[in-house]
Design a protein around this ligand. Structure first.
Ligand code: TYM
Length: 337
């Protein structure tokens, strides 16, 4: 029997950080033997906000290198560049025609990035239509390959609910007898699902946040990791315990990160440090992180651009015929062929 499929992706729109890794890529690595993994560098999503073309090209290769450096095995996993498979945008158009604009305006990510609220109030004058249609392209990515599972961070669950809605709607309208689009399952890990900013711990860690001190980037040098962790915002109580309290968001985030990288429960770590200060916790966490990132960084430095471009070429040849078959089926169902 063939393996179930998982599909996921990261935008090459900035420097990958611990949130991208712990919320998403690490989970791909963990399940890569169980599933047929399809891991995409979503460069078409990245251009929904302005990008410098040569930088985008470089970052696209860098993201694929980080996939490999994180432990994805290119012999088993299909790693590819979204723009190499034109059927993603073709399916996006088909799905566009069954999506309601109201569904798109409701998306939290769109509201955050555009400043446009559901009631039409806007703070920013010029927002690209690509940003509004972003979730449709995401649905196309997933539905094109009969994906069973989508491992992502928590911030993407709303987009994935829309993906499921669109698949059901398509099947209801055009494929009543035999569903043509598979309804995927969402996979969000328990602790890594939302890594918070180090400087504003009530916001998620993000590639686009202005301050680089807000995130640990996967390629940060040891001294930079140490500096950022030591400066991480906590609270003035100076008491170490694991709690849901809003004031403890900074400490909770550090304990969560500590927990994922050591495999120890965050509550247990809190007990280990209950008689110590934040400085002690931060110092140890920084050292753990430096060691954790070391093998990823070493492997990253050993991968050449050519190696990645070869992988992109091979993946393209594997995926296009498969994607073409799917589009033909869907076109027929819609009366286009
Ligand atoms: P991107 O590049 O914004 O995020 C990539 C992945 O990282 C997760 N993530 C986080 N997880 C935990 N804590 C954080 N602070 C954090 N920040 C980001 C995201 O949830 C995501 O899993 N739209 C997608 C890319 C995409 C995609 C797809 C994913 C395009 N098509 C199809 C799955 C399936 C995104 O958020 O990229």
């Amino acid at each position: 029997m063939s393996k179930k499929i998982f599909f996921s992706g990261v935008q090459p729109s900035g420097n990958l950080h611990l949130g991208n890794y712990l919320g998403s890529i690490k989970n791909w690595v963990d399940i890569q033997d169980e599933y047929q993994a399809i891991c995409c560098v979503v460069n078409l999503h990245a251009i929904t906000v302005p990008q410098d073309p040569s930088e985008l090209k470089k970052k696209t290769i860098e993201v694929a290198k980080l996939y490999l450096a994180s432990g994805l095995d290119p012999e088993k996993v299909i790693i590819f560049r979204q723009s190499d498979v034109p059927q993603h945008t073709e399916l996006m158009w088909l799905l566009n025609t069954i999506t309601k604009t109201g569904e798109l305006f409701k998306m939290t990510q769109f509201k955050d990035k555009s400043g446009i609220q559901e009631n039409g109030v806007t703070e920013k004058i010029s927002v690209g239509a690509g940003l509004l249609n972003y979730p449709i392209l995401m649905a196309a990515d997933i539905l094109l390959y009969d994906t069973d599972l989508v491992p992502v961070g928590e911030d993407q669950t709303q987009h994935l609910e829309l993906t499921k809605t669109l698949a059901r709607r398509f099947n209801n309208r055009f494929a009543k007898e035999r569903a043509l689009l598979k309804i995927p399952e969402i996979f969000v890990s328990k602790i890594g699902k939302k890594i918070m900013s180090l400087t504003e711990p009530n916001k998620k860690m993000s590639k686009s946040a202005e301050s680089p001190n807000s995130r640990i980037e996967l390629l940060d040098k040891p001294e930079v990791v140490r500096k950022k962790i030591m400066r991480a915002v906590t609270d003035s109580e100076n008491k170490i315990y694991y709690s849901d309290k809003k004031e403890k968001a900074g400490l909770r985030n550090l304990l969560n990160i500590f927990s994922i990288i050591t495999g120890k429960a965050p509550e247990e770590i809190a007990v280990d440090y209950q008689d110590k200060g934040y400085g002690d916790l931060k110092k140890d966490l920084a050292e753990e992180l430096v060691e954790y990132l070391k093998p990823i960084q070493k492997k990253f430095s050993e991968i050449s651009d050519e190696e990645v471009l070869d992988i992109f070429e091979k993946s393209k040849r594997t995926l296009i015929p498969r994607a073409e078959r799917k589009i033909t089926e869907l076109n027929r169902a819609m009366g286009l062929e």
